[in-house]
Write a protein that binds this ligand. Structure first.
Ligand code: ADP
Length: 283
């Protein structure tokens, strides 16, 4: 659950500032990507866990309401995962994530495997214990499902994970943390030594995509006035994967994803800011 405080200026350490507004919004990178992909037109199944608190019930309902299938969503004793988010007057955010029930997802259950088989893609993020992410990536690879990793929040990536990843989608900060390169083209080249395909999202500067042995493709962001960039990357990733699964070229899929993300940054919140397929097509 995202607990979001909007203020003109984010507080520095030790400082107290007056905010403008508080909102409680269903979030979580995995849930956000699931909602983004479902709203962009895909059949989506979510695997993960919520707590048996009030947030857990609301988080489950939010997935169901946006058309995401939740038979792989477990309810564990204790607190749901929360993200404490500060959004400043420029629409930039800073976030603390507390895993809660997400910390219990250390592997797949038997019942999860049939959900994977025949899927067009498996989307993974790093808000679960690493052993759970690795187990899912391996199961995806074994089932022949292309595996897409958003390496966020940034943390060291074990080789056993990278071995099972087909596409990695970091933002510029995450790409720099993984590769040690601030320059996007150099970071992209370094990522392609780890996995066969990569996209680095560059905020208002768009995105850059590459596959081993091919020239990189750069796509600009759509020029809009951002009010809240929370989950821009999740919207982008969900939409990109849907467009690729529908057979679009990487460039066309990047443009579709940039359109979806640009719509999302013009509204507040995470999943609540995501556009429908009709809105993306119209834009
Ligand atoms: P994250 O949310 O993971 O930090 P980014 O900030 O890189 O990811 O944003 C992901 C994508 O969202 C960008 O590639 C771009 O297409 C779109 N986007 C982000 N910020 C803006 C903005 N201010 N205006 C238009 N599009 C944006």
């Amino acid at each position: 659950m995202d607990l979001v405080a909007y203020a003109d200026v984010a507080p520095a350490s030790g400082e107290t500032v007056q905010g403008r507004e508080f909102r409680q919004i269903p979030g979580g990178k995995g849930a956000n990507q699931a909602v983004a992909a479902a709203m962009a037109g895909a059949d989506v199944t979510f695997i993960g866990a919520v707590g048996d608190d009030a947030f857990g019930t609301q988080l489950r309902s939010n997935l169901v309401d946006t058309g995401v299938e939740v038979s792989g969503l477990r309810m564990e004793p204790g607190a749901s995962g929360v993200a404490h988010i500060v959004v400043d007057g420029h629409g930039s955010n800073s976030i603390i994530v507390i895993p809660g029930a997400n910390g219990t997802v250390t592997g797949l259950e038997e019942d999860d495997l049939p959900l994977l088989r025949g899927s067009a893609a498996l989307l993974l993020q790093l808000e679960l214990p690493m052993e759970g992410v690795v187990a899912a990536a391996r199961a995806g690879r074994a089932a022949g499902v292309p595996t897409v990793l958003t390496p966020a929040p940034a943390r060291p990536l074990p080789g056993e994970l990278l071995d099972s990843v087909d596409l990695i989608v970091p933002n510029q900060h995450e790409a720099a943390a993984i590769t040690g390169e601030d320059d996007p083209e150099r970071a992209l080249a370094a990522l392609l030594e780890l996995v066969p395909e990569a996209i680095i999202t560059l905020g208002a500067d768009g995105s850059i995509h590459g596959r081993r042995g091919e020239e990189p493709t750069r796509v600009a962001a759509v020029q809009v006035t951002a009010v809240d960039t929370t989950a821009a990357g999740d919207t982008f990733c969900g939409a990109f994967v849907v467009a690729r699964a529908e057979g679009r070229s990487p460039r066309a899929a990047l443009e579709f994803a940039a359109t979806a993300a640009a719509l999302s940054v013009q509204r507040h919140g995470a999943s609540s800011s995501m556009p429908t397929r009709a809105e993306i097509d119209a834009a």
